[in-house]
Ligand binder design. Structure first.
Ligand SMILES: [Zn+2]
Length: 442
């Protein structure tokens, strides 16, 4: 089965081709060119669009779509303390409804590959991880679900209440089971499982060590939150006598198979060490601004040679899930932080939103449009009121991000056409999430 996508401008990540086209066969790109295209079984022609690599979401908590709008003015720790009580009511149905909403919104914003860091597994509620994997398959999203975890409850000096933490043995056994059932390491894979204890203030050092050993035994990646707030830094210094990144070094949580969410409060030496060991950083600008967490040193990380991607983070701290908007926010926030308009340009921002995220997720087959890579393509209209008349269309889409993508292709198949989701009913998903949010609010 071959698919041809033509666009007014094809932005491959490396090249910009006017009237360019991409030909794919069975989900992989076989040819790229301009002018007269070859024949194909299916043709999608978008003369008023920029086609670019599908966007990559390197950090998220999809269940949070059902708990948006809580603690609108709180710090991370205040916000978490309020939300843990609500999240304790999660079950497979609420996780599925939230994931359908989160994934629908991601696809509609041009995202084709996403991770999800799920770390709340209330006692006696089976099927949460399965619900996430099934939903990605239903909606047609390339997916890297993280089996997250929390084991350090209040009684042991952690932040979460004991009602939402799990026994460490059970966490490790379930993680191993999820890897065995769902992880596919092959090129072009639609599902890869990640091992992801939540944060230094919600798991023990022992679980961090055991999780790293488990992941490396199975050849899967590691993900966690790190250096998000100064409260976290104070917690680590008081409890462990170490800065958050020093703690990661102690626990064997560095290397090219690891990526952290946020990485805001890293000092100069830590930025160079992160870059040297090729650990990734998922920068989440909207969430960081919403929680007043600080601004990631993106330009310093890039200059040091670090791998940096973008994440929308959970929708409870970013009431949106639009990767194009995160590229826009990253560009602006980097300039505010540096008090310089040259800190990050549009093409640099798109790099973070595509190949940077793919590097975090360990995908050398995603993130750019090249022969031999996955046919994951996002097409954005540039003839509407928002963009018409702007000369540099690649800059236009970062400076004025589109609300929706026109066409989205994942694995050589259309998931979005005419800015409508093809794989599920968006209105039904909205009705479902309204009912689920009300049920969880109690
Ligand atoms: Zn997060």
């Amino acid at each position: 089965m071959t698919l041809l996508v033509r666009a007014g401008l094809l932005f491959t990540g490396n090249r910009e081709i006017e009237h360019g086209w991409v030909l794919s066969r069975d989900g992989m790109i076989t040819e790229i060119g301009s002018g007269r295209p070859p024949p194909a079984d299916d043709v999608i022609d978008e003369p008023n669009c920029v086609a670019m690599p599908g966007l990559v979401n390197a950090h998220d908590h999809m269940y949070q779509w059902a708990t948006r709008g809580y603690v609108p003015d709180g710090t991370l720790f205040e916000w978490l303390r309020a939300l843990y009580q609500v999240w304790a009511r999660l079950d497979a149905d609420s996780v599925r409804a939230a994931a359908r909403a989160a994934m629908a919104h991601l696809l509609l914003s041009g995202c084709t590959l996403s991770t999800d860091h799920h770390y709340v597994f209330p006692h006696g509620r089976p099927g949460l991880f399965e619900a996430l994997v099934e939903t990605a398959s239903e909606l047609g999203l390339r997916f890297h679900p993280c089996r997250g975890s929390m084991s350090l409850g209040e009684a042991k000096g952690g932040l979460p209440p004991d009602s939402v933490v799990e026994e460490e043995e059970a966490i490790l056994a379930h993680t191993e089971d999820m890897v065995a059932r769902f992880h596919n390491p092959d090129p072009g894979s639609m599902c890869r499982v990640v091992v992801a204890p939540c944060s230094p203030f919600s798991v023990t050092p022992e679980l961090m060590r055991d999780s790293a050993a488990l992941a490396r035994r199975h050849g899967v990646r590691l993900h966690t939150h790190l250096a998000e707030t100064l409260d976290e830094e104070r917690f680590c210094l008081e409890k462990f006598g170490r800065r958050p990144y020093e703690l990661m070094e102690d626990l064997d949580w560095t290397g090219d198979d690891v990526w952290y969410a946020h990485g805001i409060h890293l000092n100069d030496g830590e930025i160079h060490r992160v870059a040297e060991v090729k650990t990734g950083i998922a920068h989440c600008p909207s969430s960081n601004m919403r929680l007043g967490a600080g601004a990631c040193r993106v330009e310093d990380l890039i200059r040091a040679g670090a791998r940096v991607g973008l994440g929308v983070d959970g929708a409870a701290s970013n009431e949106d899930a639009n990767l194009a908007m995160e590229a826009h926010q990253a560009l602006l926030l980097a300039r505010v932080r540096a008090t310089s308009p040259r800190a990050l340009d549009a093409r640099g921002a798109w790099r973070l939103a595509t190949v940077g995220g793919a590097e975090c997720l360990g995908r050398d087959d995603c993130g750019t449009l090249e022969v031999g890579k996955c046919a994951d393509i996002a097409c954005f209209r540039v003839d509407g009121l928002a963009h018409a008349g702007i000369q540099d269309l690649v800059a236009a889409l970062a400076l004025a991000p589109p609300a929706r993508a026109q066409t989205v292709i994942v694995n050589g198949r259309a998931a979005v056409r005419d800015a409508r989701l093809l794989t599920a009913d968006e209105d039904e998903i909205a009705r479902e999430i309204k009912a689920t949010s009300a049920r969880l609010a109690g």
